[in-house]
Design a protein around this ligand. Structure first.
Ligand code: HEM
Length: 326
């Protein structure tokens, strides 16, 4: 309720901020047009250069935003380093992409000191990561402020585990002002990126004779065998990762939904979307129409990017993303 109310208030503020000659401290599209006109292009170029060098960067940036926004809102609290911070929680061990945000911030501190928040850099970077991989270009408001609180204890209650049922996932989404349709749409983020075997290898078992037993019957048998081989290539190694989308792993497209219908969703939480009529219809719709997926993505991503944002005199504009100001 609290988040739904905040979203409503924010959307009203956004509408006001879009009026000509208006001035406001709430997030708005082009918030930095006067104070740092190059802000968005600096972030975009940083994401592009980093992704040209390392194609795994876009997936990392998108997940980084998701994990930031669900814990304490989109306030860059996940970027803060130190004992007991969100970043130090085991639930965030495999979250990455921090160096790209730090690079963009360093550049922005040269061109526009103490002006552009880390929370905005992160939201813009995730937006640009999707565009870089062929996804829709989305206009998002800026003007988020950086949080000063980051507690590991807030991670577990707010981050979705792969073992969650559809109702458990929907409950957490609702708490952030996001709907069941947003859940289906934003799960489409799994069309890019990679995952560690430890995140899904509880769905099948390899016996000493090399036989694979599929524990989770919602996973395609052949695909499970393929995954087992990938995860057991060479010595058992927790660092092995596989592509979330086996077909077009570096392309932001609607392939994720086609894979779900083939029972090749990597996580149990992905498979949950095709086990229930409340989500199945959207999965089929997006599998049949990339345009439909992209249109919904633009709306749901905007909603995600403003979950619990801090504005006005809340929080601060950090000088360095891993540290609060003194
Ligand atoms: C709804 C429930 C969700 C669950 C249970 C979930 C779970 C996971 C897990 C376990 C991983 C693999 C981590 C690893 O092993 O390294 C992962 C990766 C990823 N997730 Fe999700 N996720 C969910 C929703 C989302 C959403 C909403 C987005 C984006 C808006 C997203 C974007 C990603 C991306 C891009 C990756 C790949 C990260 C990389 O390449 O480093 N996920 N997710």
């Amino acid at each position: 309720m609290d988040y739904a109310y905040r979203l409503l208030m924010l959307l009203s503020a956004l509408t006001l901020c879009l009026l000509p000659f208006s001035s406001c401290s709430a997030p708005s599209v082009g918030f930095y047009a006067g104070s740092c006109p190059a802000a968005e292009i600096i972030v975009k170029n940083t994401v592009r250069s980093a992704s040209d060098l390392d194609p795994t960067i876009p997936g990392k940036l998108l997940r980084l935003l998701f994990h930031d926004c669900f814990v304490e809102g989109c306030d860059a609290s996940i970027l803060l380093q130190g004992n007991g911070t969100e970043r130090s929680d085991p639930g965030n061990t495999s979250v990455d992409g921090f160096a790209v945000i730090d690079s963009a911030k360093r550049l922005l501190e040269i061109f526009c000191p103490e002006t552009v928040s880390c929370a905005d850099i992160l939201a813009l970077a995730a937006r640009d990561a999707v565009e870089y991989t062929g996804g829709p270009s989305v206009q998002i408001p800026t003007g988020r402020r950086d949080g000063r609180i980051s507690a590991a204890a807030n991670v577990r209650p707010n981050i979705i585990d792969t073992s969650f049922t559809l109702d458990e996932m929907a409950k957490l989404f609702f708490a952030k002002g996001l709907s069941m349709d947003d859940l289906v749409t934003l799960s489409g983020g799994h069309t890019i990126g990679k995952s560690h075997c430890s995140s899904f290898n509880d769905r099948f078992k390899l016996d000493p004779d090399g036989n694979v037993t599929v524990i989770d019957s919602s996973l395609d048998q052949q695909y499970a065998v393929q995954l087992t081989k990938m995860c057991h290539a060479g010595a058992r190694d927790d660092s092995i990762t596989v592509n979330n989308d086996p077909g077009t792993p570096f392309q932001f497209d609607n392939q994720y939904y086609k894979i779900l219908l083939e029972h090749k969703g990597l996580f149990q939480s992905d498979s949950a979307l095709v086990k229930d009529n409340r989500t199945m219809n959207k999965v089929v719709e997006f599998a049949n129409s990339q345009d439909g997926f992209f249109e919904s993505w633009a709306v749901s991503f905007l909603k995600l990017s403003i979950v619990g944002v801090k504005t006005g005199d809340e929080g601060e504009i950090r000088q360095s993303c891993p540290m609060p100001n003194r």
